[in-house]
Design a protein around this ligand. Structure first.
Ligand SMILES: O=P(O)(O)OC[C@H]1O[C@H](OP(=O)(O)OP(=O)(O)O)[C@H](O)[C@@H]1O
Ligand SMILES: O=c1cc[nH]c(=O)[nH]1
Ligand SMILES: [Mg+2]
Length: 210
């Protein structure tokens, strides 16, 4: 499974800023959205172009356009919402499918509680967004759901990935590309990514002090 760690200086700078222990909700949110934009930019690199003729200021002009790409962005609740605006800034006509999954704090198993998918999933690229890929359970469960609905093209955008999560995804869905700002060291005994960001959902929604 291809893991694309985006090593652009802007990406590395911004993910570094997100690691500050006392970061404010406002700053964390802003950085999550900015990084989502930069990961989206990379994830769209293989979109096909077509030449079309339009009326320009001095007559007909040939331009490149993205060729009929249908996209659904799939935020995993809650934390994935923090990346949604950033992705939609660059793909404004994408449809949005929402998946709700809570990781059980004791077992670390994903517990799905909501799903609402857009139509024509068999024709769409699904771009799953979630800041954290830890054990991989939440992402694997989301891909399972999408595939059951007929989705054939899937990419995932995460801010931080743990090696354990990458391995789990590789075992379950080896063809799914992951775009990430950082591959971190490991998970701690509570399933948190080290050094990671802490609890991304809490930091985006302000439900707990950072
Ligand atoms: O790879 P995994 O081990 O499944 O862990 C990652 C998941 O855990 C977090 O969500 P959480 O369950 O804390 O929900 P929240 O977004 O509502 O905080 C995170 O946003 C991912 O969805
Ligand atoms: O490090 C982690 C792991 C799971 N969920 C988070 O928000 N952070
Ligand atoms: Mg959380």
């Amino acid at each position: 499974m291809p893991v694309i760690e985006v090593r652009h200086p802007l990406v590395k700078h911004k993910i570094g800023l997100m690691r500050e222990g006392e970061i404010s909700t406002k700053k964390f949110r802003e950085l999550a959205a900015e990084l989502a934009r930069l990961l989206t930019y990379e994830a769209c690199r293989d979109f096909e172009l077509e030449r079309v003729s339009i009326d320009g200021w001095c007559g007909p002009v040939e331009i490149d356009q993205i060729k009929g790409k249908k996209v659904t962005v799939v935020p995993i609740l809650r934390a994935g919402i923090g990346m949604l605006d950033g992705v939609l800034d660059l793909i404004p006509n994408a449809k949005v499918s929402v998946v709700g999954i809570a990781r059980n704090h004791e077992t670390l198993m994903p517990e799905p509680y909501f799903e609402r998918f857009v139509g024509q999933l068999d024709e769409r690229l699904a771009m799953i967004i979630d800041p954290m890929l830890a054990t991989g359970g939440s992402l694997v469960a989301t891909i399972d759901m999408l595939k059951r609905k007929g989705c054939k093209q899937i990419k995932a955008l995460v801010l931080v990935a743990a090696p354990e999560g990458i391995a789990a995804l590789n075992a379950a869905h080896p063809e799914v590309e992951i775009y990430t700002a950082a591959v971190d060291s490991h998970l701690n005994e509570h399933g948190y990514i080290i050094p990671g960001l802490g609890d991304a959902g809490d930091k985006i929604f302000g439900t707990k002090e950072a």
